[in-house]
Design a protein around this ligand. Sequence first.
Ligand code: NAD
Ligand code: DAU
Length: 355
Amino acid sequence: MILVTGGAGFIGANFVLDWLAQGDEPVLNLDKLTYAGNRENLASLDGDARHTFVHGDIGDSALVADLLARHQPRAVINFAAESHVDRSIHGPEAFIQTNVVGTLRLLEAVRAYWGGLNADAQAAFRFLHVSTDEVYGSLAPTDPAFTEDHVFEPNSPYSASKAASDHLVRAWHHTYGLPVLTTNCSNNYGPYHFPEKLIPLMIVNALAGKPLPIYGDGQQVRDWLYVKDHCSAIRRVLEAGRVGETYNVGGWNEKPNLDIVHTVCGLLDELRPRADGQSYSGQITYVKDRPGHDRRYAIDARKLERELGWKPAETFDTGIRKTVQWYLANPEWVAHVQSGAYRDWVQTQYAGASA
Ligand code: NAD
Ligand code: DAU
């Protein structure tokens, strides 16, 4: 079996669902159920004996040690993290606690467990750390895309905490020989994406008749990857990645934020036209920029393609259409995640944010 951490969040839940759709190897899923964790993402696995959910913290060393000893996983895939840049600006502490201290404690528990395995099991074991392109910092318009050799220049509390965790993972391999793999992926989008992030926020705000808040001039560039392509990359790296290596994951889909929002509006105009016949793009509103806002990310994923033969299955056009369709088909999921805590966050981030 495999141990997945953070498997009730956006990417983790997609990963668990895809894993069990493609095979029968059981998943032990450890998740703290922060505001971003949602058991509803895994509702289709209710009663499925291949999935065991444990409510807990990766920083709880005793709990993790007990889970490892009892379930004897052959791999750990670490998705658990605080993941939202804007929240890290309002309150960095939780990011250090989970992304740095939590990863440290998880690594230590895994190292102790791994050290007690027999030689064959030790050789087969993998610790796969899921990280982000944001550790590399920000690119100028004509810079080449990030390769795995790019310097680390994290600019936000979130990316600094992820960079720290990447360094810990690297050191645990170099110093202790723990068989680790790290993936650094670009921006994901798709089903179960929490509507604090750009694409789902724009979809739910558009449908609710609310403003579509664009930070600054909206010309910041992100490199978008459909979440299921990220999941297939992680499976491939787990299967065949070289121990100690990092792999960049991306789909060569660089787009300015404003283009993304116009694309979302265009799809909604087609699939769920506004009652007044106007375009949703009329709801676009420019608001104050994010402090320290990274201008451009772009991932060079050629190492993953060259060494492991991975390629994304979706183009941006196919992936974004599926995503908008998913949100239109799942209004209950959307309503449930917009709890009191979500409304508090929207108030904190957007009230009085006009440009
Ligand atoms: P998310 O915020 O949607 O989900 C994070 C999950 O981790 C939640 O279920 C949460 O409850 C859980 N969690 C948080 N703290 C925990 C703790 N201390 N112990 C156990 N569980 C805890 O995040 P996501 O977007 O699914 O991202 C998953 C991972 O992928 C993160 O490590 C993130 O840095 C990385 N990543 C995300 C993207 C992206 O575009 N979303 C891109 C590249 C990398
Ligand atoms: O690059 C990978 C990273 O992508 C992941 O590591 C992070 O976990 C994930 O949250 C994401 O970070 P971003 O900051 O790029 O994503 P976000 O959806 O928050 O913002 C995308 C862009 O849209 C960014 O330039 C900020 C802008 N934006 C965002 C929001 C929420 C707006 O203009 N308005 C908004 O309301």
